[in-house]
Design a protein around this ligand. Structure first.
Ligand code: ADP
Length: 410
């Protein structure tokens, strides 16, 4: 069974093709996709950078002059069956397509087969995810045109958090907010769910008996408190702006600051949006970079704002881990994932230092990046600490296989 996964963002489209038929590796680990492709619209208006590579090592990179996202996507998919990166004879060999969809609102607690009704819901949720849901819909429609009746599914970033109890999901504004859908949805759910399952596998324990805190620390950062396999609390909220400090997003700030800026400096909604999403976080405080590596380099050259940015990032991370700990009433394992979570021993050490009082101890011999998922806690640690490489596209492919299996033989 060949499954195409599409992860459409506001300025990039990432895509992978998995061949489940030819899997020879273990069931636990994620297989390498036979093809990966990417479109990046962020460089110059009217141009898109296309890149694709195969598991066998072939790759191409080119710049296409077009404004049309549909044309870009068609060019990308051509690299699946033409030229040096060809891995299939024609697009008709694709058995199913999985789409990452950022916002599923209150309607979906799991991945679903795409129907007209599901597409209408994704469309209706555009006001809650203005830069993502339109790109997701566009991807779905282009694939419908290119592949006809091939089954497609939507995997929602919000779905895993549908299990949040009302006290965790409700904002303490007027009750009408809840009635209007202004509530905590939570995001990065595909990643939190995948790493929770993988943690149970690595610990050789039943997920249903575990209390986990999963830390997704990429460009966007969020935590989830996972009890018996269900998300019971999370730091992102109505939008992916809430919670932790991030690369260029502020995370939680006193809403009074926004009222102050509107009153005293005439900030518009769009200006506030830009300020909080693009000019804050590590970038805003350090003035150097939204990338932790740039901030750490600047600290090495004695940049005090870079030091403050790191201290603030760690302070907020510890504080929110503490909040998740309280929601869970204990923790069996702390899990780090995504760019910073997978690659930064500095973040592991600094975040974990605050939890020594729990008996949490890291193993100094394991504080190095590794291509493998690993347990970095000391043997006598009362809490396990896992570094797990998130595999969102593989998680979507698995949901796709589960939902589309009956049709796959037709
Ligand atoms: P996205 O959320 O876009 O999927 P990633 O999960 O790839 O992003 O995370 C990107 C971030 O990960 C970068 O901005 C950077 O801060 C961080 N990162 C990646 N590699 C390292 C590293 N070796 N050390 C520290 N941080 C890293």
């Amino acid at each position: 069974m060949k499954i195409l996964v599409l992860n459409a963002g506001s300025s990039s489209h990432k895509s992978s093709l998995f061949d489940l038929t030819s899997r020879t590796d273990g069931a636990g680990s994620a297989p390498t996709p036979i093809w990966r492709g990417q479109l990046d619209w962020s460089h110059q208006a009217g141009q898109v950078e296309l890149s694709a590579h195969t598991a066998a090592g072939e790759s191409i990179q080119e710049v296409i002059t077009t404004d049309s996202r549909q044309e870009g996507l068609e060019c990308l998919l051509k690299t699946l069956h033409q030229g040096s990166t060809q891995v299939i004879g024609s697009l008709s060999e694709i058995d199913a397509v999985g789409h990452r969809v950022v916002h599923g609102g209150q309607n979906y607690s799991d991945s679903v087969r795409l129907t007209e009704a599901v597409k209408t819901t994704i469309h209706d949720l555009i006001p809650l995810a203005p830069s993502h849901n339109p790109a997701n819909l566009e991807g779905i429609e282009v694939l419908e045109q290119l592949l006809g009746d091939v089954p497609q599914i939507a995997a929602f970033d919000t779905a895993f958090h549908a299990s949040l109890p009302a006290a965790a999901a409700t904002y303490p504004g007027p009750y009408e907010w809840w009635e209007k859908g202004i509530r905590r949805y939570g995001f990065h759910g595909i990643s939190h769910k995948y790493v929770a399952r993988r943690a149970a596998e690595l610990l050789n324990r039943d997920l249903a008996e575990l209390k986990l805190i999963t830390c997704h620390l990429g460009n966007g950062c969020s935590l989830a408190a996972i009890k018996e396999g269900q998300s019971i609390d999370t730091t992102m909220g109505f939008t992916p702006l809430d919670g932790l400090m991030m690369g260029s997003r502020s995370g939680s700030v006193d809403p009074g600051i926004l009222i102050h800026l509107m009153r005293s400096e005439d900030y518009s909604a769009d200006q506030l949006d830009h300020l909080l999403n693009k000019e804050s976080g590590l970038l805003g405080v350090s003035g150097v970079s939204n990338d932790l590596r740039g901030v750490v380099d600047a600290i090495a050259s004695q940049n005090p704002r870079a030091q403050l940015a790191l201290d603030l990032f760690i302070h907020r991370l510890r504080r929110e881990i503490g909040a998740m700990l309280a929601s869970l009433g204990g923790v069996d394992a702390l899990v780090f994932t995504a760019g910073m979570g997978e690659n930064s021993p500095l973040v592991w050490e600094k975040a974990c230092a605050a939890f020594q009082f729990l008996g949490l101890r890291l193993d100094p011999a394991k504080l190095e990046r590794s291509p493998d998922d690993q347990d970095i806690a000391a043997a006598d640690s009362a809490v396990r600490v896992l570094v797990i490489h998130t595999q969102e596209e593989w998680a979507i492919a698995q949901d796709c296989a589960a939902l589309c299996q009956p049709q796959s033989g037709q």
